[in-house]
Ligand binder design. Structure first.
Ligand SMILES: *[C@@H]1O[C@H](CO)[C@@H](O)[C@H](O)[C@H]1NC(C)=O
Ligand SMILES: *[C@@H]1O[C@H](CO)[C@@H](O)[C@H](O)[C@H]1NC(C)=O
Ligand SMILES: *[C@@H]1O[C@H](CO)[C@@H](O)[C@H](O)[C@H]1NC(C)=O
Ligand SMILES: *[C@@H]1O[C@H](CO)[C@@H](O)[C@H](O)[C@H]1NC(C)=O
Ligand SMILES: *[C@@H]1O[C@H](CO)[C@@H](O)[C@H](O)[C@H]1NC(C)=O
Ligand SMILES: *[C@@H]1O[C@H](CO)[C@@H](O)[C@H](O)[C@H]1NC(C)=O
Length: 662
């Protein structure tokens, strides 16, 4: 809407000016507004517009007063340009001077998407006004096209203008020999650096505009040794700040150290290092702390650490292309294995299978007994294969049970019985193997019972403490701000802003009830996870990848709760950093070439050498049911033996008495 409005206004203004100009007859020899033939403007601007896919064009012509003195001819030229672009080329176009631009559009220029700003001439007035405009406009936002006369050099014209590294500023000048134009692009690596230029493209009447084939950062890939100030956090192992003897940081190790090194090679820059104590959170008065503050205050150019992308930070700093994504959740220490598990020895088979085994034993026992009885009656059988001794049913059942315990059976001479023996032995082998396998794995794999698996559970449990890294996005994730109370006494107050509502009520309560009680939050993830191991009932929120890297370095086994959120990790630059583009394109190169993935794999797998041996011991408690069973069986046997002995002695005494009485 706005676009239409200002376009309309500009045209209206122009018409008024034009009308008054017709009546005022000035006969000055003012320099012309248009320094090229109309068709050159038309074709070249259209060509550049199509190359950059701009949505609209603003033609700057100097100031209102200069128009007034120039008279009808100039006006006609400008109007013809406007007619051409708005009409036959269907490009939204406005013609104005910088003064009108400032008053009519001002800081709302951000509402115009991808504009092309054309400076139609290089008159002194234009140069002065452009220098003023360049002070307040974000130079890198529009695409600039500047027409210069043969005798003007771009260094001269842009002497008071800072053209940032990511700014697309094109300067076109007539080719000395032909009727064509040479277009160069101009930029500065930093404010202190001089203007650099390189060929951008050509225009000639026959083939029109031809731009470069390479992308912006393929052309501007070199920072020529520009010093970039890197700030990081000591957050082992992904970023570790190393210091020299005097305590000055001179490098970063770990994953981000590697990434930074690769960026340095890609961009040909140098780094100086700084360390921040925390990632940064927002104070109630709106100022920030830690790494974020250093970026905002222009103390650093790049924050190379594990920065979670969070919405509250988005406005004030800019993130680079994400380096990786991971998940965020709370971790607790693995609970002790459950005490004596009486079920362990029955658990491998379900109730039905136990029943089936029992039934099999009975059926087989009966079958064998039946065959025995039948064969003894049948006289047709030869005497030598007839069972010699008659065994009782209970004995047969007992020996079939023995088969299931891995015992042998007394061989039989009867073929039917042998067949039954064969089948029962085969069945027993399979059942025994299955039972052993299940039992072994059951004993070897520690079973433990998580007290809870969700944040709600943690809250309900009520005995756990909960912490996050101090001054981090994890902390501000809870969407609260810290207010400083009367006497430097900190307390947390919910920030009741529509944008900052916590989506999850549980997290709000967690914050109120648990996080606020923690006076001494850990400064980094390693410290936090160490506390999980050392302190009783301590839950700590961290990223999955950090937990997997650090698992090998802490003493205990960590157990994750349910995922709280998916999070994207990136590095950060100040909001107006000109280097974001080149850093992003280098990160993308690293990603496309697979180097980033390899770094991630290396970093994340480096914990393997820390990993503890895979053996787990079977504890006394695991075997306790068996031992108790054996012990009680032993006692029962002894008692039975004792009773038998007493009973037997009594009987033999009675027998003896009887015989002596007789
Ligand atoms: C303009 O659009 C075309 C086609 O959509 C695309 O190939 C080209 O890369 C775009 N140019 C720029 C500078 O974005
Ligand atoms: C890197 O920058 C330095 C300093 O400007 C320059 O001498 C060198 O040639 C550049 N290296 C590359 C590979 O461009
Ligand atoms: C905000 O508060 C902090 C801590 O009291 C203080 O250091 C900082 O200067 C304040 N910032 C502003 C802009 O008032
Ligand atoms: C400071 O303390 C007084 C009295 O205890 C209280 O009324 C006031 O609200 C406090 N101020 C803040 C900013 O909390
Ligand atoms: C915070 O306030 C409590 C009482 O409300 C007081 O005992 C404590 O010393 C205060 N802490 C600081 C750092 O002032
Ligand atoms: C924020 O919370 C208030 C009250 O809890 C609710 O009325 C409002 O709709 C919420 N806003 C958003 C954006 O969720």
């Amino acid at each position: 809407m706005l676009r239409f409005r200002w376009e309309f206004r500009a045209t209206l203004l122009l018409l008024c000016v034009w009308r008054s100009a017709r009546f005022a007859v000035f006969l000055t020899d003012a320099e012309p507004v248009l320094i090229r033939p109309i068709h050159v403007y038309q074709s070249l601007i259209k060509g550049v517009h199509d190359y950059f896919n701009n949505t609209c064009v603003i033609l700057f012509h100097g100031s209102v007063t200069s128009i007034e003195v120039e008279g009808v001819k100039e006006m006609d030229g400008l109007l013809e340009l406007q007619r051409y672009f708005s009409g036959s080329a269907s490009i939204r176009t406005a013609i104005m001077d910088f003064h009108t631009f400032r008053t009519r559009i001002g800081n709302t220029y951000h509402h115009i998407k991808r504009p092309l700003f054309v400076l139609l001439n290089d008159l002194d007035e234009m140069r002065e006004q452009f220098a003023l405009v360049s002070k307040w406009i974000a130079m890198a936002y529009p695409t600039w096209l500047l027409f210069l006369r043969d005798e003007t050099s771009f260094e001269e014209f842009l002497s008071d203008v800072y053209v940032p590294f990511d700014c697309m500023m094109m300067v076109t000048q007539r080719d000395a020999k032909e009727a064509s134009e040479i277009i160069r692009e101009v930029y500065q690596i930093s404010r202190e650096d001089g203007l650099r230029s390189m060929n951008f493209g050509k225009w000639d009447p026959e083939s029109g505009f031809r731009g470069p084939r390479l992308g912006l950062y393929q052309r501007r890939h070199d920072l020529h040794g520009r010093n970039i100030r890197v700030v990081s956090i000591n957050d082992p192992p992904v970023s570790r700040v190393i210091r020299d003897e005097t305590g000055q940081p001179f490098g970063i190790r770990g994953f981000f150290g590697e990434v930074i090194q690769l960026l340095q090679e890609g961009m040909n820059c140098t780094f100086t290092y700084m360390e921040a104590t925390s990632w940064g959170a927002q104070l109630p008065n709106g100022s920030w702390t830690g790494l974020i503050r250093m970026l905002i205050d222009d103390e650093a150019d790049l924050g190379a650490s594990e920065l979670m992308m969070s919405s509250d930070r988005l406005g004030i700093i800019k993130y680079t292309t994400p380096v990786y994504t991971t998940r965020c959740r709370a971790y607790i220490k693995r609970p002790d294995t459950t005490a004596v598990n009486w079920n362990a020895y029955l658990a491998p088979f379900s109730f039905n299978i136990w029943n089936a085994i029992g039934l099999t034993i009975i059926v087989v026992g009966l079958t064998i007994a039946g065959i025995d009885a039948f064969s003894r009656k049948a006289d047709s059988l030869p005497a030598d294969i007839k069972p010699k001794t008659k065994s009782s049913l209970s004995e047969i059942l007992f020996s079939v049970f023995g088969v299931f315990c891995g015992q042998g059976m007394e061989p039989s001479f009867l073929d039917p019985t042998r067949l039954v023996h064969l089948s029962i032995h085969l069945t027993a082998v399979v059942v025994l193997a299955a039972y052993s396998a299940a039992l072994i794995s059951h004993l070897a794999i520690k079973t433990f019972l998580m007290p809870f698996t969700t944040m709600e559970g943690l809250l309900e449990d009520g005995t756990y403490r909960f912490a996050v890294v101090a001054d981090s996005a994890d902390y501000s994730f809870f969407q609260y701000i810290v207010v400083i109370d009367n006497d430097t006494n900190f307390s947390m107050v919910s920030f009741l802003d529509d944008k900052q509502n916590t989506s999850d009520n549980v997290l709000t309560i967690m914050f109120d009830q648990l996080l606020t009680k923690e006076t001494d939050l850990p400064p980094n993830y390693f410290d936090g996870l160490t506390r999980v191991c050392q302190e009783k009932k301590y839950a700590f929120m961290t990223l999955d990848n950090m937990a997997s890297v650090l698992q090998g370095k802490v003493e205990c086994a960590l157990e994750p709760l349910d995922v709280i959120m998916q999070t994207t990790v990136a590095m950060a630059v100040p909001a107006d950093s000109p280097y974001r583009g080149i850093i992003n394109s280098n990160i993308l190169l690293l990603r496309d070439s697979g180097i980033l993935q390899r770094l991630i794999d290396l970093e994340w797998s480096s914990n393997e050498r820390w990993a503890k041996s895979g053996w787990s011991t079977v504890e006394m408690e695991d075997a306790a049911p068996l031992l108790i069973f054996m012990l009680s069986a032993f006692l029962v046997t002894c008692m039975v033996l004792l009773i038998e002995r007493l009973f037997g002695r009594e009987q033999s005494r009675i027998v003896k008495q009887k015989s002596t009485a007789n």
